[in-house]
Write a protein that binds this ligand. Sequence first.
Ligand SMILES: C[S@@+](CC[C@H](N)C(=O)[O-])C[C@H]1O[C@@H](n2cnc3c(N)ncnc32)[C@H](O)[C@@H]1O
Length: 235
Amino acid sequence: MESERKVVNIVGCGPGGAAYLTGQAHQAVNEAGIVIGIPKFLRLFPEVKRKIELAAVHTDKVAELVAGLDVSHAAVLVSGDTGLYSLASFLRKALPGCWEVRFVPGISSVQAACALFCLEWHDMRIFSLHSRPAPPELAETVWRGKHPVAILCGPANRPQSIARKLLSGVEPGPDTCRGSVRRRRSKPLSGIEPSRRCYAACDLGSENQIAWSGILCELAEKRFGGRAVLIIDRR
Ligand SMILES: C[S@@+](CC[C@H](N)C(=O)[O-])C[C@H]1O[C@@H](n2cnc3c(N)ncnc32)[C@H](O)[C@@H]1O
C-alpha cells in the first residue's frame, strides 16, 4: 500500500538573496501548503500565501509546529546548505514519524565565500563557531597550515576576534608521535604567522556584503559583524 506519510522539505536557501536560490528550492516551496521560516528567507518567496514566520528557527519549536499541520506538503527554510552545520539534521530527528523528511540542497555560505575570492574548497577543513566554542583542532589545523580552513563565525565569534585568539592562543606541541601531533596546552602560541593570508566574507548576498582579504594581523584590527565566513589560507 502507498505510504500515507506527509512530506516536509527542509529547504537550503543559500546565504541570502534571491540570486542564490535554486530551482529545486522554488519547486519545494511552491508545492508546500505552508512554509515556515525566518522573515529574511520568507521574503525570498513573496508568492507564498500560507506561512509561519519565526523569530529564529529552533528545532523543538519547528517540530511542534510541523506536528500540528494539516497539509500534505510543508517546507521549512534554513540557511545555506542542509548538510553543513545546519539545523536540517536536528529537525530530521525531531520531526514526528508521520512526516517524510526531505532535504533540498542550497548553496552554502562557504561555497559562496570561496567563489567570491576564487578559492577552491576540495581540501578545506571547515569549523563552526556559530554558537559554540572553538575546538582545539581549529588552532592546530591552522597552525599546521596544510589545508585552508573555513570558519563559520557567529555573534560571539567575529572574524577579528578569531584572528586575535589564533594569534595569541595555544601552540600545538611541536613533536609528532606516530603521525599525530601531541598538544602542550599550557605553552603560549608562537606558531601561527601574523602574515598568514585570510579572507572574510560578511553578510553575503545582502546589500551590506563585505569581501575583505588581507593577513591575519590586519584582520585582528577590523570590526566585522558575526554573520561571516572566515577563510585562512594554508601556509
Ligand atoms: C547555523 S550556520 C548555517 C550554515 C549553513 N548551513 C551554510 O551552509 O552556510 C550559520 C553560519 O553560516 C554563516 N552564514 C550564513 N549566512 C551567511 C551570510 N549571508 N554571509 C556570511 N556568512 C553566513 C555564518 O558563519 C553563520 O554564523
